[in-house]
Design a protein around this ligand. Structure first.
Ligand SMILES: C[S@@+](CC[C@H](N)C(=O)[O-])C[C@H]1O[C@@H](n2cnc3c(N)ncnc32)[C@H](O)[C@@H]1O
Length: 309
């Protein structure tokens, strides 16, 4: 077993992280994995541990363990058919860029009051301290960090390993130990334990084309308990606009004046390259995935959907 080969400091972290007994009893690691853990730099080490943890959870739930190929960088998609969408490929803004991850919170601070957002969401979703929550597309983990004090368990996932590592560092520096971070997305996260009470995703679903949004929403539906709540916030275009040229030009000009060039350019990239859809399509996708839409809030091209399974 690999733990005999790990230096003390790594063994301690691995045991804290993986619940020693479960780990020792459940997993027979291959020598290549042991080698990888022994030689991993700190950030890779946590990443490998998080993959092993997912494997342990799958084993305990009697589900198949993800292929060891996933331990190799860049082969996340190898277990999927050739036609399956590669959600790790960056579209529009590159969230795997370290500078982007580091600058993200600063940029958001100028635009958003994340404390307020988290409080409003807690109220809207009626989050209780017994709830198990999944956040998809967590980015730098701001929301997950804020919600973690008010629920039983929170799993925060993102396809950008850079964002996940950054969020993990923030959690460690704030001594918040109850969040589980994974590098995975709407189309690849495998949940093996109890269903979630609440699933939240903000500003991430537009990274998928419409057909894949439906697949993503069906997967979300499948991970939610009966009666559980799903909150989706995203950029969704209003279908009632007659003159889209003026509409978008006005938005960009306003943004340039109020929030600066960088955000205006990012919004241009969003409209041009990312996959934000129209309001009636988004509502149709949610319903088609099985959700009952309890309330919708359209504010310009931001839309918030509170849904129930
Ligand atoms: C605009 S950021 C939003 C971050 C955070 N939710 C927030 O509200 O500030 C979009 C995030 O979605 C992630 N993302 C993109 N495609 C994704 C997918 N298919 N599954 C999960 N996350 C995805 C990106 O890596 C990025 O961190």
């Amino acid at each position: 077993m690999f733990y005999f080969h790990l230096p003390d400091n790594k063994l301690k972290i691995a045991c804290d992280f993986l619940f020693y007994d479960v780990f020792i009893n459940c997993l027979e690691l291959k020598p290549i994995v042991a080698w990888k853990l022994r030689n991993a730099k700190e950030n890779q080490f946590y990443y490998f541990l998080s993959l092993i943890k997912q494997a342990v959870e799958c084993l305990m739930a009697g589900k198949p363990v993800l292929s060891a190929d996933r331990l190799k960088k860049g082969t996340y998609m190898s277990q999927y058919p050739q036609w399956y969408y590669d959600e790790f490929k960056q579209i529009g803004v590159d969230y795997t860029d370290l500078e982007e991850a580091q600058a993200y919170d600063l940029r958001m601070q100028a635009l958003r009051d994340t404390e307020n957002e988290a409080n409003n969401l807690r109220e809207l979703l009626g989050i209780k301290n017994t709830d198990r929550i999944l956040e998809i597309g967590t980015g730098t983990g701001e929301l997950a960090l804020k919600l973690s004090e008010h629920c039983k368990k929170i799993v925060a996932i993102d396809v950008s390993k850079t964002m996940v590592e950054f969020a993990k560092m923030k959690a460690e520096s704030q001594n918040k130990k109850s969040i589980q971070f994974y590098t995975a997305g709407f189309l690849t996260y495998e949940h093996c334990t109890e269903p979630f009470d609440v699933i939240i995703t903000q500003l991430a679903l537009h990274h998928l084309p419409d057909y894949w949004k439906l697949i993503a929403l069906r997967r979300v539906y499948g991970m939610l308990r009966e009666g559980g709540k799903f909150y989706l916030l995203d950029v969704v275009f209003p279908s009632q606009i007659r003159d889209y040229d003026s509409y978008f030009n006005k938005i960009i000009t306003n943004l340039r004046e109020t929030a600066g060039n960088e955000l205006a350019e990012e919004t241009e990239t969003h409209i041009r390259e990312e996959f934000s859809t129209l309001d009636w399509i988004m509502e149709g996708l949610l319903k088609s995935a099985g959700f009952y839409i309890e309330s919708v809030n359209y504010d310009g091209f931001m839309a918030g959907y509170l849904c129930r399974k």
